[in-house]
Ligand binder design. Sequence first.
Ligand code: NCD
Ligand code: ZN
Ligand code: ZN
Length: 342
Amino acid sequence: MEITLIKPDDWHLHLRDGAILRDIVPFTTARFARAIVMPNLQPPVTKVSAAVEYRQRILEAVPAGNRFEPLMTLYLTESTPLSEIEAAAASGIIKAFKLYPAGATTNSNAGVKEIKRIYPLLEKMQETGLLLLIHGEVVDSDIDIFDREKIFIDRTLSALVSDFPELKIVFEHITTRDAAEFVRDGSEKLAATLTPQHLMYNRNSLLVGGIKPHYYCLPVLKREAHRAALIETIASGSPKFFLGTDSAPHARHTKENSCGCAGIFSAHAGIELYAEIFEQAGILDKLEGFASCHGPDFYGLPRNQETITLRKEAWKPPSSYPLASETLVPLKAEETIHWQLV
Ligand code: NCD
Ligand code: ZN
Ligand code: ZN
């Protein structure tokens, strides 16, 4: 069996920099025409000038024969000047700002502590048509890690969407029924991305039979009822939900560690995994909308002209891939994936 789709885009991707960037870019550019590139480098990409240079390094890493457009984002901080929002809007290469609550995830220490302090910046983003992308979790130490996304909706996101009704917001990598329903019931300016891991696994994968660090990402995997709600959400075919792998490379030893870091690498099978998810749910007819149409429509960009073909044929990713001088363990290492890129 084969299926042909409009070439998809990845609306949430970590490419890192330097030798790591050069190792991982080809996985994405073989499958996707464009990707929203996350700015959580060290130091974070907070300025248009830095994004322009980063974009150039990404383009230099694209293999000959692949056509790929990196869609750049800037990392929002409490000291971002208003002029940087204007410069981003005028740049033509920057589509969005990324809001990380300080301390919520990998490289988020420079993020936002008090949301009200960035309200003037959000006002300017709303006015200039830039999107706001959100890692939606509270960081309060008294809040259970499994509740952090839901409480973020109650404490922050509800107010944000009503205070900025014209601002386009993407609630990134949603993991709960609460988030899916909040987006579904919200205005047409509110959308969400969904990762392969949150559609395929629940928290048992992370914790039953031993701690499995390669299943650890943030937001953390939730209980099965939430995964089922996410499957219902993509089955609805709603244009508010689209593909964002959140593929995030970490060297093996940083994950297999007494304090293992958060992030799952999936770019090596970035579209194939979704084909498997949609097929198993009996909704393969909804894959093209999710992977190739809803994202560009929401961002106000044209859909891609090219197509890709996937064939139902089993293969196994290797136990690891090179990552600069180290290695990384990909999602489904040495396990069967049922779809292949032709
Ligand atoms: C991401 C990373 O490694 O950069 N990690 C993750 O667990 N998702 C950061 C993020 O998207 O939160
Ligand atoms: Zn995140
Ligand atoms: Zn991410």
